[in-house]
Design a protein around this ligand. Structure first.
Ligand SMILES: Cc1cc2nc3c(=O)[nH]c(=O)nc-3n(C[C@H](O)[C@H](O)[C@H](O)COP(=O)(O)OP(=O)(O)OC[C@H]3O[C@@H](n4cnc5c(N)ncnc54)[C@H](O)[C@@H]3O)c2cc1C
Length: 320
């Protein structure tokens, strides 16, 4: 590991100011992703700014009925929070589907969002290599790596907003826009500028998110990244889809909001057939590689099964 300076930030503005002076420096939160990269030599920062003592460790109600999650709320605490479990169960399920208990105890909301893609290649010979975990949507010639965070998939489905403080001031970014598709700059995972600190994530009020699910398919039952995952919330009335939120993990360089499937579902009868058509509409643009073509049918089946599960729950709830 290369030598580096360590500073503990007293407040958010000084954390930002410290990092602004270190072009290769980084914020340190739980360290569960960053420290791996330091050990592997993937990152060689001259300065680490420890942000773990900043006052962003609370989950608070917002005046509009939404919820604010501080950037330093640990993944375990967020998953266990009563409000999150009751009102946004897909978020709790997504967190519990990720990493391990020990890692979740350290990992933070901000760090989870900014974990790097887990590509074993550098170069990039991935297209001619082993494809099983790679992307099928939104890929470029330069990169076919997938975004690793489970939590981010649930947050994208929920229309979460990210608050940041950077050298240019504070801003709010829709989470769906935070992560980038690779294009010609695959090394830039997000649109954040150097030294921009995530301070909080807001969940808007969404009554039907109380009926939501996160489902993850992976090669082992635990401690593995998603081959494909689905975050879904469904609002059904009189057998018709009134509203829906759908996002996919493990298929693209960013958490993939399934806008086309959502549009195909709204106002249609809630049946297996319409769920299937919607999934196919979303996956029509998929460009799988020879070794991951299975992800197209896996994603389709996972979307359909998850929506059917939510429909069954809705029907049970409305039975006299
Ligand atoms: C073995 C293993 C298995 C895993 N499996 C999964 C899995 O199945 N699903 C899953 O989703 N994740 C998985 N993870 C990843 C884990 O969720 C992340 O490592 C963790 O969430 C990162 O959070 P952290 O606080 O430790 O971030 P850190 O490692 O501290 O930071 C990560 C990055 O974010 C930056 N950063 C941190 N906080 C902020 C902030 N507030 N503002 C701006 N930048 C910031 C850091 O500079 C760094 O670049 C796994 C990790 C390991 C080691």
């Amino acid at each position: 590991m290369n030598p580096f300076r360590y500073e503990r930030a007293a407040d958010a503005p000084s954390a930002v100011a410290l990092l602004a002076q270190a072009p290769n420096g980084a914020f340190l939160a739980g360290g569960t992703n960053l420290v791996d990269h330091l050990k592997l030599g993937v990152r060689q920062p001259e300065l680490l700014v420890d942000v773990t003592h900043l006052p962003f460790d609370r989950i608070e109600p917002l005046p509009d009925g939404g919820v604010r999650i501080g950037a330093l709320v640990r993944n375990s605490d967020l998953a266990a929070d009563r409000t999150i479990r009751q009102r946004y169960p897909l978020l709790s399920e997504a967190l519990l589907a990720g990493a391990s208990g020990q890692l979740r105890n350290l990992a933070t909301t901000g760090g989870n969002l900014l974990q790097r893609t887990r590509c074993v290649y550098s170069g990039c010979p991935a297209r001619e290599g082993y494809h099983r975990e790679l992307a099928i949507l939104g890929t470029s010639e330069a990169c076919v790596a997938t975004h690793p965070s489970d939590m981010a998939v649930a947050l994208v489905a929920l229309d979460a907003q990210v608050h940041t403080l950077g050298p240019a001031g504070a801003r709010t970014i829709p989470l769906v826009d935070l992560h980038r598709l690779p294009g010609k700059e695959p090394q830039r995972d997000t649109l954040l500028e150097h030294g921009e600190l995530i301070t909080a994530v807001d969940l808007p009020p969404l009554a039907f998110a109380a009926r939501s699910r996160y489902r993850k398919v992976r090669d082992r039952a635990s401690y593995a990244f998603a081959l494909v995952s689905v975050a879904a919330a469904l609002d059904v009335a009189d057998g018709v889809v009134r509203d829906v939120r759908l996002a996919l993990g493990g298929v693209a360089h960013k958490p993939w909001r399934a806008w086309k499937a959502e549009a195909a579902l709204r106002g249609t009868p809630a049946t297996e057939k319409t769920f299937q058509r919607a999934a196919e509409a979303e996956l029509a643009d998929a460009q799988p590689l020879p070794g991951n073509a299975f992800k197209v049918s896996l994603a389709r089946n996972l979307i359909v099964r998850t929506l059917l599960d939510l429909l069954e729950t809705a029907e049970e709830e409305t039975q006299p």
